[in-house]
Design a protein around this ligand. Structure first.
Ligand SMILES: Nc1ncnc2c1ncn2[C@@H]1O[C@H](COP(=O)(O)OP(=O)(O)O)[C@@H](O)[C@H]1O
Ligand SMILES: [Mg+2]
Length: 207
């Protein structure tokens, strides 16, 4: 991956992890706290709310059927659209962006079926965040947290969650060692407030 750093005025923060690790909870809390501190912050997510994100959601809920390769290309297309239309304009105007998932989710989830090198290649346009937080949570805890959702998405079965966690750890090691990607691991098994505290401790170093 030809690494693209963020040289824009705002900071680009990403939260990654397996389903149920608390990504949406923490992205909301951290963005609210940053805003309260006067660091104007825009919260977003992937799949995005753009047109390709809509297609991805249909595929994730099995309302359309696509191959793993097509799925991976749609994620990459959604990411480019998200960067061009949401993330980069905000960062350019000095607003910080926090995204609930980004390319490392894509590498970890699709990397179990698809060659990682190809996944990285089709994402070569993607800007590396200033910091990525990986919320590390025991898959059985995640499973318990997401059970009430009862949505039959692809990725929420326990053996699959375990495999994705391992896949994340591998991708994190690779990107930290080879690209200096600044991916930090935070223990997400702890109570919500403690996790937020640990994330902020790392994120505030950017300011
Ligand atoms: N640290 C935590 N401890 C206990 N429950 C949590 C924690 N973080 C999130 N939850 C709960 O787990 C569920 C899933 O959280 P959510 O943020 O939606 O996960 P994700 O976006 O990673 O799938 C929610 O009901 C949320 O309130
Ligand atoms: Mg979520």
């Amino acid at each position: 991956m030809s690494i693209k750093r963020n040289d824009l005025a705002g900071k680009f923060i990403v939260i990654e992890g397996i389903d149920g690790s608390g990504l949406s909870t923490q992205a909301s809390r951290v963005s609210e706290i940053l805003n309260g501190m006067g660091h104007q912050t825009y919260k977003t997510k992937e799949p995005s709310d753009g047109p390709v994100g809509g297609l991805l959601r249909l595929a994730l809920t099995h309302r359309i059927d696509i191959s793993p390769g097509t799925f991976a290309l749609l994620f990459a297309a959604d990411r480019l659209d998200h960067l061009e239309n949401e993330i980069i304009p905000k960062l350019s105007s000095g607003i910080n962006v926090i995204s609930d998932r980004y390319c490392f989710s894509n590498f970890a989830y699709q990397g179990t079926d698809i060659d990682t090198q190809w996944l990285v290649e089709i994402n070569s346009h993607c800007m590396i965040p200033d910091i990525t937080i990986f919320l590390d949570v025991d898959p059985t805890v995640c499973k318990r947290r997401i059970e009430p959702r009862m949505r039959e998405e692809y990725f929420e079965k326990l053996p699959r969650l375990r495999m994705i966690r391992e896949s994340f750890l591998k991708v994190i090691r690779l990107f930290n060692e080879e690209q200096g990607a600044n991916i930090a691991i935070v223990n997400g098994n702890n109570p919500i407030e403690d996790v937020t505290h640990d994330i902020l401790e790392k994120v505030l170093k950017l300011f």
